[in-house]
Write a protein that binds this ligand. Structure first.
Ligand code: GAL
Length: 999
């Protein structure tokens, strides 16, 4: 046995750790008073021990006295097992206008055994929270204990499935385990709260969509226990629960908070269908009429999860086999915009987009309802690319900061568009007199109509609007554009501020949208159209500069004088142009950048602005920077810039895009067959004897036993082998093996070394098919040999996939996995022999880096065949496609060297393709990490992301495929290639994830 340690190695020359902080927090009014419409806050940095206050009123969260409209994206660090890439994703969130990131913390990911909690390596929650703080994002922490989340057992540890005590109740045994978990996770979270200055943790969720025991007292006692425990652990930020729909469950006062008031929020979740009229739950807030709004009048509208995509199932029925491209096209940018703006119009001031980056359910993480990829059709795809869905997210996120009036809206008098099929929501900020109009076209055809707007001076104007089919937009009156006031605008504001010597306001919309806006100007200003086409006219009587244009690319107007000293640069951007705009705050002032595919950080130092970011093609670089800045660096290289008439600094030459990446062909495969366990003379004496008679499982133990459920013997993830040994002939025609797995489970059996056959669970019809198909009986005809005297050995391999989630609170995660019973049928004249059963799952020695969900009980897994350090030189060289016709398990290994340039972020995948008639499946190991399961004849996933950090972009990598073939038809790996899934010049620094391999 040789112990080799793969050390942390600095790989990239990308962005150095420790990135720009948010700006100093803009203080609001005193907390005791109603907060004024102050600019929304962003995290003020951490580590200084500065205490902050996080409170709320019926309108919004209030942070240090200023309103914070929370615009959050969901990200699961456990679905990206490479801590360096957490920073990449978090920077993409920040760049895309999110103010917060919401994370589940999965109990099973951190706890391999009772009393054992691991927060190191890919499980380093503290490091993740620190990165979020560095990046300037608030964090919403959701540690369950139950999380659902399409993970094995809904996040419950495997070991919990074999314990007494009804989960999701106040059962003391269960609560004992829960407290152990909360103690461990809270010890990481508590020091990193925004309130104590240690981090940016802003809110904390109790449980998840808990809809059980609403009325019988059990639920209330359970929730009260969680509340008290979390508070006792030092969590002082507001707590909340996410109601599964706007039912009004677990509103403040519905359970005991130990006499404490004002630190608990009501929230709910929504996953509306992409077809039909957008869901409208009614107004949440003062005057609201439905469900949660009236049940919780003292808390602001809070959508703890709103579907930013949806998940797919084995076989791909959810999206007609298109995989997550289907999710991204049915829930596209228009769907997102329409939904989130409708939510805003309905008084929702805290929104979390589930998922914003979905990632990968690697290893044995996926729940039965999903396969490996958890891409989710999210705005950032599994390969970490920004998709077209990010544009509305960015526009809305920045708008919520740039238009503080949106933080305190009430419903106002109904307004009807001239075309009544265009729906209008009218809201007003009674303090600033700003009015907001959400217009939405629920029809399938574009509409052009007119609409009367009320202006802050009490007047009215009728404007023309274009309502794109099934789309939505916001029109506003009485809002700021730098030091001026926009009397009205039909283009949606994205950002505005004083940048350098001028004000800059960005207004956005769809290409072709007519823009009509009016600026209050005491005297006629000088207006210059710098770029594009626009018409400006001054109405001296009204004191208004009226501008009309049609959105096309980027239109620029410079407005100077007119009674205001600071000139205003108006940038009218269509969606494509706005996708290239990046707004940052530095201690020297705000920065706006145009051109690159991404800006990650912006730091001002003296006269120099340091920018880091990505280009995906040769790109412009144009910068609006704080006063005094005349020098620009891009990714640590000085850029030659010239001043422009727009008041910006523009690069003389384009920034280079990434080079063409050449990927090696995967050759040099070697093969070794295994499953020695099927042979009659295999030594199983060290295996666990199945000798239990009782179980805590919800599955009934068969009469006469023994318990065969894998979890009862400590085998919680991956494959399980069983061997039954008996002496004497069997007087029966068949052996009937009842077994349970998650979706796509399978069973293979051998008698005395000869294959009996393979049985598989059916392919689900949709991701909603959550029950009923994962228990089956495999009946095999017994060969004549079974009727012979002597010792017989039945060997059974069960691919048991995943534990069920427990969404219904019925302990369904305790449904048995593995074999349930074995019977000789029909019963013969002589009594059937009583076999001795032994079983074996994953090796007891846990892989400390990759964790317990990385491997199951295959012979190769138990003996390190997945690990890079294994010497496979004696294995048989093979060429793909390779045809295997035996029932059982064979491994294929190769290695390849990558030479990705150091300043390039190449997101790579592994693509497997073959004739779909060939029945085989492969567990894919990259450098020992189980990065997914491929089922050739089921799909739909063919490409598996190889995350940098597990993958060495500048060195040698090892692939191992553990392939199960059923022996019924020629099968075996077909074509296996590396795929470039997205390449950018720039990227973040990537450190290899350390491992401690023993082979
Ligand atoms: C929600 C649940 C999440 C996740 C989501 C669907 O109801 O809270 O954990 O399961 O549905 O992806």
């Amino acid at each position: 046995m040789e112990l080799s340690r793969r050390r942390f190695a600095v790989l990239g020359t990308g962005v150095a750790a420790g990135t720009a902080l948010g700006p100093g927090q803009v203080p609001g009014t005193a907390a005791a008073e109603e907060p004024a419409a102050a600019p929304a806050v962003t995290p003020a940095g951490t580590g200084a021990g500065t205490a902050h206050s996080v409170t709320f009123d019926p309108y919004s969260l209030i942070v240090d006295g200023a309103r914070l409209p929370v615009w959050s994206g969901e990200f699961h660090p456990f679905r990206l097992p490479s801590p360096s890439l957490w920073r990449d994703v978090l920077q993409k969130f920040k760049a895309s206008g999110y103010s917060a990131v919401s994370i589940y913390v999965a109990w099973n990911y951190h706890s391999p055994a009772p009393g054992v909690y691991d927060f190191t390596g890919v499980r380093d929650l503290g490091a993740m929270l620190d990165m979020a703080a560095e990046t300037g994002l608030f964090v919403i922490v959701r540690p369950g204990p139950y999380i659902n989340a399409e993970v094995d057992a809904g996040g419950y540890p495997g070991w919990l499935t074999a314990t007494a005590g009804r989960a999701r109740t106040d059962d003391p045994t269960y609560l004992g385990h829960v407290d152990e978990w909360l103690t461990a996770v809270d010890a990481v979270v508590a020091p990193r709260q925004y309130t104590n200055g240690g981090g940016t943790v802003l809110l904390y969720q109790l449980e998840n969509e808990y809809a059980s025991h609403i009325t019988d007292g059990t639920g209330a006692r359970y929730m009260a226990h969680l509340y008290g425990k979390v508070r006792a652990d030092g969590i002082e930020v507001p707590l909340f629960h996410n109601d599964k729909g706007r039912n009004g469950y677990w509103v403040p006062g519905s359970f005991s908070t130990g006499g404490e008031t004002g630190r608990y929020l009501y929230a709910f979740d929504g996953y509306p269908s992409p077809t039909g009229t957008p869901v409208d739950w009614g107004y949440f807030g003062p005057g609201g009429t439905k469900g949660g709004s009236t049940a919780s009048p003292g808390t602001p509208g809070f959508l703890a999860e709103f579907g930013g995509g949806w998940f797919d199932c084995w076989g791909g029925a959810e999206f007609n086999g298109q995989g997550y491209a289907g999710a991204r096209s049915s829930r596209d940018a228009v769907y997102e915009r329409r939904a989130y703006l409708t939510n805003l119009a309905n008084g929702i001031k805290l929104q979390n987009v589930y998922m914003t980056f979905g990632g990968t359910s690697w290893g044995w993480l996926p729940a039965p309802v999903v396969y490996t990829s958890y891409d989710y059709g999210a705005a950032i795809d599994e390969a970490r690319n920004l998709t077209s869905k990010i544009t509305p997210m960015k526009q809305i996120g920045h708008m919520l900061t740039a238009v503080p009036d949106l933080g305190r809206l009430d419903r106002a008098a109904d307004v009807t568009a001239a075309d009544p099929s265009v729906k209008v929501y009218h809201l007003v900020n009674s303090e600033t007199s700003a009015h907001a109009y959400l217009i939405r076209n629920d029809t399938g055809t574009e509409r052009s109509t007119t609409l009367p707007l009320t202006t802050a001076d009490g007047g009215s104007v009728t404007v023309a609007v274009r309502a794109v089919a099934r789309d939505a937009k916001v029109l506003l009156t009485g809002i700021a554009a730098g030091s001026r006031t926009l009397r009205w605008t039909t283009a949606q504001p994205m950002t505005q501020d004083t940048i350098g010597r001028q004000d800059v306001a960005v207004l956005v919309g769809r290409p072709g949208d007519p823009v009509d806006l009016a600026l209050e100007c005491a005297a006629e200003p000088r207006t210059t159209v710098l770029d594009g086409a626009a018409v400006a006219s001054y109405d001296a009587g009204a004191g208004l500069l009226r501008i009309t244009a049609t959105l096309s690319g980027l239109t620029r107007l410079l407005i100077s004088g007119g009674g205001t000293d600071t000139p205003l640069l108006l940038l009218l951007a269509d969606d494509t142009a706005s996708a290239q705009l990046w707004r940052y705050d530095t201690p020297s002032g705000p920065v706006l950048v145009r051109g690159p595919a991404l800006v990650r950080t912006a730091q001002a130092a003296g006269a120099t602005l340091h920018l880091t970011g990505d280009t995906t093609a040769d790109s412009d670089l144009e910068v609006w920077a704080p006063r005094g800045i005349d020098t620009v660096f891009w990714n640590r290289s000085k850029v030659a810039v010239t001043g422009t008439s727009s008041g910006s600094l523009a690069a003389r030459d384009k920034l280079a895009g990434p080079p063409q990446i050449t990927l090696p062909a995967l050759t040099g495969w070697r093969r070794a067959a295994e499953n020695p366990e099927s042979a009659p003379d295999f030594d199983d004496s060290a295996w666990t004897v199945a000798d239990k008679a009782t179980s805590f499982s919800t599955t009934k133990v068969p009469a006469g036993g023994p318990v065969l459920f894998a979890d009862d013997y400590g085998f919680h993830y991956g494959d399980v082998w069983y061997r039954a040994t008996w002496t004497g002939p069997v007087d029966a025609a068949n052996i009937a093996l009842a077994y349970q797995t998650g979706t796509q489970g399978a069973l293979m059996a051998w008698l005395d070394g000869a294959p009996l056959g393979t049985h598989r669970m059916p392919v689900p019809t949709s991701s909603q098919a959550t029950t009923g198909t994962w228990a089956a009986t495999a009946t095999f005809a017994l060969p004549a040999a079974a009727a012979g005297d002597g010792t017989h050995v039945l060997a059974v391999l069960v691919r048991r996939m995943a534990h069920e989630e427990d969404g219904g609170g019925s302990d369904s995660h305790k449904s048995a996995r593995g074999l349930v019973s074995a019977a000789f049928t029909p019963a013969g004249a002589t009594a059937a022999p009583a076999p001795t059963w032994r079983l074996q799952g994953a090796a007891a020695t846990m892989d400390p880096a990759r964790g317990p969900m990385n491997t199951g009980g295959l012979y190769g897994e138990r003996n390190g065949w997945h690990l890079p350090a294994l010497d496979d030189s004696a294995w048989q060289p093979v060429v793909f496609p390779y045809t295997d016709t035996r029932q059982g398990v064979a491994w294929y290994r190769t290695s390849f060297r990558l030479t990705i340039p150091h300043d390039v972020d190449a997101s790579l995948g592994l693509t497997l393709t073959d004739d779909p008639a060939r029945a085989y499946r492969a567990q894919i190991f990259l450098n020992g990490w189980n990065i997914g399961q491929y089922i050739n004849d089921v799909g739909p996933q063919h490409t598996f992301v190889l995350p940098a950090g597990l993958l060495d972009p500048h060195g040698r990598n090892t692939l191992a495929l553990a392939v199960l073939t059923d022996g019924t038809d020629p099968a075996g790996p077909g074509t296996v290639t590396l795929t470039a899934m997205g390449t950018a010049a720039g990227g973040t620094q990537v450190d290899l994830v350390p491992t401690y391999d023993t082979v």
